[in-house]
Design a protein around this ligand. Structure first.
Ligand code: PLP
Length: 258
């Protein structure tokens, strides 16, 4: 009997520690019964504490990989994570424009351990080249501010990012102070939703990748945007409460069956 699964195309970095990046995507998607197409945008040197070095994939190789894969197979959604610099943006944008499926973009600009993962020009280039093609953008509060440095508030950040062309902005508040974590979503019409989650007593490695992949999984399974944001956050929060230790640094979400 023929069978098929929903599929998500992931463009992400490779974290040898297996907490973030493409491994986080594959584990999250598999846990949702969704197949992952996986392209590595950058190799990294890192452990469970921090990223030490990023080596970007040649944009021409990425283009060839995407051309060959997408001539054969069609994903139901796309998840973008760490990208290998501005030179990859035109290639990714060209393929996304042809695909016309929901795109979840986690604009990874800095590692939780503190290493800067983007050049000074990258945030503006990402906004100009990719946001018109993005369905859900999932910055944390620091990333939202860095994407829109002129904004005075997170609401102003979201308004500018929506004006660039994405359909929803979900700003996660794990990096903000407060007794609970508050995540805010803005729609293009200016309406908002927010979610309040218990603040867990530690910071994690790979939480953002996990959340963006969980939302992409729900979209690939057919959820509407609002349901995908609900379910993706619920699933990620549950994975964080089951976090596992893989080294001497931050723990990673528990994405696999115990
Ligand atoms: N490495 C890769 C490949 C990533 O994609 C990311 C974040 O998305 C990181 C490292 C940093 O992850 P974190 O900030 O959760 O430690």
């Amino acid at each position: 009997m023929l069978s098929s699964q929903p599929r998500v195309l992931c463009l992400s970095g490779l974290d040898p520690a297996g907490g973030a990046g493409l491994q986080a995507d594959i584990e999250t998607l598999a846990a949702h019964g969704v197949h992952a197409f996986g392209l590595i945008t950058a190799l990294t040197v890192q452990d469970s504490h921090n990223v030490r070095r990023v080596v970007a994939t040649d944009p021409a190789l990425l283009d060839e990989q995407l051309s060959v894969l997408l001539a054969d197979a069609r994903p139901d959604a796309v998840k973008l994570g760490l990208l290998g610099g501005s030179a990859q943006l035109p290639v990714i944008a060209t393929h996304l424009a042809r695909l016309a499926v929901p795109v979840v973009c986690d604009p990874v600009l800095r590692a939780g351990g503190g290493t800067d993962l983007a050049t000074a020009q990258f945030p503006a280039a990402l906004r100009a080249r990719l946001l018109p093609l993005v369905t859900v953008l999932t910055p944390n509060a620091a990333e939202a501010r860095r994407l829109v440095p002129a904004a005075a508030t997170l609401a102003e950040c979201a308004a500018a990012l929506l004006a660039d062309g994405c359909a929803r902005v979900l700003v996660t508040g794990g990096d903000e102070p407060g007794a609970s974590v508050i995540n805010w979503a803005w729609r293009g019409d200016g309406s908002t939703r927010h979610w309040q989650w218990p603040r867990l007593p530690e910071t994690f490695h790979g939480a953002g990748c996990t959340l963006a992949s969980a939302i992409a999984a729900r979209l690939a399974l057919g959820d509407g945007l609002d349901d995908a944001l609900d379910a993706g956050q619920r699933w990620t929060q549950a994975a964080l409460t089951r976090a596992i230790s893989i080294g001497s640094g931050r723990r990673i979400p528990g994405r696999l069956p115990a």
